[in-house]
Design a protein around this ligand. Structure first.
Ligand code: SF4
Ligand code: FES
Length: 247
């Protein structure tokens, strides 16, 4: 395949960025999108040019590092992570725009790399339990109904990729934060911090400068892990419950 790539290049956080065009040949439809960028970077390095900086780690759809906006959509045309997006979903001769996540709370570090440490600070505000979990047999000592375990697991699937923020016209982190809150708040092990968790995590989210939720639903549409939109309503209920109880 032969493609024309228009990639956002920005040398540093305080430098102006711009779209730069590259013509790339020799792309296999079986390559992942990141492998295609590796291929471009090898050519740039051979030509003595600066390779395109992009974030990645697992390349298995697990770590959430590989976020970028492809043709205006978070993670591109398929509902998956960029590392799991394959070039067979594009057509020979296509022009593809590649940009970093766009959100005030995710400042650009370089090229396609953004700083998502705001997510770490939200998790640090309450995304944990204080109950000692002990060894594996003890972990099963507290019975968890199947339906509750399923809900917790569904929300635990959030990989912190930030596609929900990038897709949201308000740059809201409500879907991410609700996934973390609901995951632990439904479990008996998470009960001791049930109120403080939601108050602290929502407080941290607001302090980081993420926008509010206006129910556009773009977040859940873009989420590669299928975190459901009603998760946000569940978090709002937890928040009102915590306010009514006091800490
Ligand atoms: S809620 Fe979905 S889109 Fe948002 S960070 Fe988690 S996995 Fe990514
Ligand atoms: S590199 Fe880990 S999810 Fe894509």
């Amino acid at each position: 395949m032969k493609l024309t790539l228009r990639i956002w290049r920005q040398t540093g956080p305080d430098e102006p960025g711009r779209m730069t065009t590259y013509d790339v040949t020799g792309i296999s439809p079986d390559m992942s999108f990141l492998e295609m960028l590796d291929h471009l970077n090898e050519e740039l390095i051979l030509a003595g040019d600066e390779p395109v900086a992009f974030d990645h780690d697992c390349r298995e759809g697990i770590c959430g590092a590989c976020g970028m906006v492809i043709n205006g959509r978070a993670h591109g045309p398929e509902r998956t992570t960029t590392c799991q997006l394959h070039m067979r979903h594009f057509t020979d001769g296509d022009t593809i725009d590649v940009e970093p996540w766009r959100a005030a709370a995710f400042p650009v570090v370089k090229d396609l790399v953004v700083d998502r440490s705001a997510f770490d600070r939200i998790i640090g505000a309450g995304g944990y339990i204080t109950a000692p979990t002990g060894a594996a047999p003890e972990a099963h000592a507290t019975a968890v109904p199947k339906a509750v375990a399923d809900t917790a697991f569904e929300h635990a699937e959030c990989i912190g990729c930030g596609a929900c923020v990038a897709a949201c016209p308000n740059g809201s982190a409500m879907l991410f934060t609700s996934a973390k809150v609901v995951h632990l708040n439904v479990l008996p092990q998470g009960a001791p911090e049930r109120e403080s968790r939601v108050l602290d995590m929502v407080g941290a989210m607001d302090a980081e400068g993420f926008g509010g939720c206006t129910n556009t639903g773009e977040c859940a549409t873009a989420c590669p892990k299928g975190i459901p939109l009603p998760s946000i309503a569940a978090m709002n209920r937890e928040y009102l419950r915590a306010l009514s109880k006091g800490r």
